[in-house]
Design a protein around this ligand. Sequence first.
Ligand code: PGA
Length: 250
Amino acid sequence: MRTPILAANWKMHKTVGEAVAFAKAFVPLVAGVANAEIVVAPPFTALAAVGAALAGSNVKLAAQNAHFEKQGAFTGEVSPPMLADLGCAYAIVGHSERRALFGEPSELVAKKAAALLAHGIRPIVCVGETLDEREAGRTFAVLESQLDGSLASVDGGRAAEVVIAYEPVWAIGTGRTATPEIAQEAHAMIRSWLGKRFGGAAAQMRIQYGGSVKPDNTAQLMAQTDIDGALVGGASLEAESFAKIVAASA
Ligand code: PGA
C-alpha cells in the first residue's frame, strides 16, 4: 500500500507573515488526517518560520529547489545541508518552470536528487511533456528521456524514498487538468519505467499528478491505480482549498 502524498508548491508566493498565517490556519484543518502524507513547500525565505509553525503537526516541510553542492561559491543558491538544517523532509527538483525558465537539464536534476538523498531529504522529481510534444505523439519518449536523465544517480536501495511528480506542462496553471484517463496512462508508463530501472521498489514509489489539481477534481484523479498523490500549485495557496484536496485524497 502506498501512502498518498499531497504537496503544496507555493512557487514565488507569500511573505513570511502570509506563509505563517497559512500554516496556523491549515494545521488544525488536517490534524485528524492519519492516512496521507502532507507536505508544504514555501519559498526559501519562509522555510524557517513555516517549519516552526508546523512543529509537532502532521504537516512536513519541503523546499522548491536545491543546489547539489554542500557549500561553496554559488551565489544565490541553497544547499541540501542548509535545507536539512531547517527541517525539510522533501525538496522539489526538476519542476517544468525550472527546466523551461532557468534552463535546467535532467543531468542537473539528477545531481540535485542524489545530493538531497545523501543529506536525508527526499526528492520530488518532476517530469512532464509540453503540449507540442503531446500533439506530436512524443509524450512517452519525453517522459522516458526525463526519467532516464533525472534519476540516473539514484541508487536502487534508495528508490522508495523518491517521489515522482507527473506534471503535463499544458496543465500547469492553465485550469486545464489532464483527464483521469490521460493522467493514469502516463502514470502507468512511468511505473513501468520505474520497474525496469528499480525492480520491486517501483511498487512502493509514489507518483503524484500535478497540473490544475483542485478540490473538485482530486478524488477522480486519486481513484486511478497509479496516481498516489498530487503536487498542487494555485489551489494550495489557501488553507481551506488545500485541506479539501487532502481530505479528498486521504
Ligand atoms: P498548478 O501548478 O496546480 O497551479 O497547475 C502545479 C505545479 O506547477 O506544481
